[in-house]
Design a protein. Structure first.
Length: 94
């Protein structure tokens, strides 16, 4: 059962993070910026993207990607397996 569910969902999790990680990086930079609007470095999404690109190009948008990938495959695999087991259990008991 796990072979059928865990491997494809693990791969799906990796592909998801590969695509969405730059957007998450922009979001995180904006969230961790100064609380004082006058002191904010990252004021808009386009400005944040430009500043992050200037800091390190493509590499800057994937800073911290390896730990995310290490977590993504097992987390997504276990999540779908759990959803499948709970759904099966609920269908039997209703």
């Amino acid at each position: 059962m796990c072979d059928v569910l865990c491997h494809p969902t693990g791969t799906g999790g990796i592909i998801y993070w590969l695509i969405i990680f730059p957007v998450d990086c922009i979001k995180s930079a904006m969230q961790t910026d100064s609380i004082d609007p006058a002191k904010r470095k990252y004021t808009t999404i386009p400005t944040t993207a430009r500043l992050l690109w200037a800091e390190g190009g493509v590499k800057r948008f994937y800073k911290g990607f390896t730990p995310c990938l290490i977590r993504a495959a097992p987390a997504n695999g276990v999540m779908l397996l759990t959803v499948d087991k709970v759904t099966t259990w609920l269908n039997k008991n209703t």
